[in-house]
Write a protein that binds this ligand. Structure first.
Ligand SMILES: O=C(O)CCC(=O)C(=O)O
Ligand SMILES: [Fe+2]
Length: 292
């Protein structure tokens, strides 16, 4: 029997969960975010999502940023991020949604999504790991094997940037949905996508979603955003997660300095070992999922 939460997640492709941060954690994470955002905006943290570039590699063509990459990187020196990423209430939800055990949890990405400062920006309609030109059969196949990871956004401030099409994690696009998602251009009106829904998260709320659900996002430079954006895998999925995760450049996670930064966090170290193992087993250049 699956839980109610898991049943809803399976049906909709997303589920909103409150209360995965205590108010102290929220304060602590807001303060840590302020510091890393300042560093990024001052040009002192190179691992960022650059305005003008929707998907990796993000490059460096614009000084404005819409995200800070690699929050657990020892170079940022902010232990609050790894502490929260490996915290038990969060793991409990992930295990429920992935139907797996503690010893299956694989550490993956942990980034921060922020408002750009000088320009509004947006992401086109996409599925994170299915190419926009995929045929109906390719789409069906890709969606059919996407059960070994879960992604989430945790808002530290009110956030209504993300739009999704509920249920679209299970079915190939309709011809009309394809028209809205084959283009490299972000939508001028996200509501024009059939079945779309704008998600609003209150501070402290988390949306867990299947990252191959059809989704897009709009970023208003006048509205503060600091939303924790992460995913976690089930090691039983083998290398199915490889491209989605490794295209973000995770060499630093294999280095000793990161392992050392997890001293005292045996669970985090074990989760990291599973990622490194998976990486070792995936052969060759994984490439990038999407263009744009
Ligand atoms: O800004 C968001 O909430 C979504 C980001 C996203 O879809 C992506 O990075 O692929
Ligand atoms: Fe995405």
């Amino acid at each position: 029997m699956v839980s109610q939460l898991k049943a809803l997640y399976d049906e909709q492709g997303f589920v909103v969960v409150p209360g995965l941060l205590t108010s102290e954690q929220q304060q602590e994470l807001r303060a840590a975010c302020e510091r890393v955002v300042a560093l990024t905006r001052e040009g002192k943290w190179p691992h960022r999502r650059t305005v003008g570039k929707q998907f990796p590699p993000y490059g460096d063509d614009n000084p404005d940023s819409w995200g800070v990459q690699h929050l657990m990187h020892p170079g940022l020196g902010e232990p609050a991020f790894a502490k929260w990423y490996t915290s038990q209430p969060l793991s409990e939800v992930v295990k429920e949604l992935l139907v797996c055990q503690e010893e299956d949890l694989e550490m993956e990405l942990f980034n921060l999504l922020i408002n750009p400062l000088g320009h509004n920006f947006a992401l086109r309609w996409h599925r994170d790991d299915v190419h926009e030109k995929a045929t109906e059969d390719e789409e069906r196949e890709a969606l059919g094997k996407w059960h070994f990871g879960v992604q989430w956004n945790t808002a530290l401030y009110l956030d209504s940037c993300l739009y999704i099409v509920p249920g679209s994690h299970m079915t190939p696009r309709t011809p009309e949905q394809r028209k809205h998602s084959e283009t490299m251009e972000p939508p001028t009106d996200p509501h024009a996508m059939p079945g779309s829904l704008r998600l609003t998260l209150e501070p402290g709320e988390t949306v867990f979603y299947n990252s191959n659900i059809l989704h897009c996002a709009t970023y208003d430079c006048a509205e503060r955003r600091a939303t924790l954006h992460a995913n976690m895998g089930n090691v039983q999925g083998g290398s199915t997660r490889a491209r989605n995760v490794l295209q973000h450049g995770l060499k630093w996670m294999k280095e000793e300095a990161f392992r050392e930064s997890l001293d005292g966090n045996a669970k985090g170290k074990a989760m990291l070992d599973r990622l490194v193992d998976m990486q070792g087993r995936s052969v060759g250049d994984v490439g990038y999922s999407l263009g744009g």
